[in-house]
Design a binder for this molecule. Structure first.
Ligand code: GLN
Length: 205
């Protein structure tokens, strides 16, 4: 069980790049000189204990079905609507959106955005580019893999970065969403921004 003095981070662990996010959070804790207990979450009951939550990249139709089947969807919604930090990456962004334009994805309606899945090409067309991101001093090495694009945003949503004229990093209150995979690089600044609201690690990990 998490001890009360440590921060608790959860990564929704039903599918996708779960261990990569857990590794990034662990390194972020070290950088902040904080103990963060990190859990891969596959069942209800743990999310309410979490200070930070992540929905990783993977396959949005699968993640959507499994969080719905397990009952975790409503716990994720409660976490986010209570104002606690939530980071959603790639498939996680699709799941957290208000419209995935795909009936197989039961969206959580946490981000007022409409998504075009696989907008930046198929798996084979993955790419890495350096993005300017609001709040970060230097460009961020962004890895895109079958990445979704944000097609439209409501005025509550702040666009933090664009690629090919489409938003690929957004913030709505306590939620940050990216089309790319910050957990696949050693750069911790997106996790830092999402969980601590700072860029203490702007010098890169
Ligand atoms: N295109 C995938 C989907 O629709 C997401 C890809 C990813 O998370 N790398 O779920």
């Amino acid at each position: 069980m998490p001890s009360s003095k440590n921060l608790v981070a959860g990564v929704i662990g039903v599918q996708g790049d779960v261990s990569e996010h857990m590794g990034a959070i662990s390194r972020l804790g070290t950088q902040h000189n904080l103990s963060i207990d990190t859990f891969a979450i596959r069942q209800i009951g743990i999310i309410p204990k979490c200070d930070f939550l992540t929905i990783p990249g993977g396959e949005s139709t699968t993640i959507s079905r499994l969080i719905d089947d397990t009952g975790m969807s409503s716990e994720i919604i409660t976490h986010a609507t209570s104002g606690k930090p939530l980071l959603v990456t790639c498939a996680g962004l699709i799941v957290a959106s208000s419209n995935a334009n795909d009936s197989r994805v039961k969206t959580l309606n946490l981000l007022d955005v409409s998504i075009n899945r696989n907008a930046f090409g198929r798996q084979i067309d993955s790419l890495e580019t350096h993005l300017s991101i609001v709040g970060l001093n230097d460009p961020f090495p962004a890895v895109f893999i079958r990445a979704p694009a944000v097609d439209s945003v409501s005025k509550n949503v702040e666009i933090l970065a664009e690629h090919e004229g489409k938003p690929v990093a957004i913030r709505q209150d306590n939620i940050i969403g990216t089309s790319f995979h910050p957990e696949l690089t050693s750069d911790l600044r997106i996790h830092d921004l999402a969980f601590f609201g700072t860029t203490i690690s702007d010098s890169k990990a």
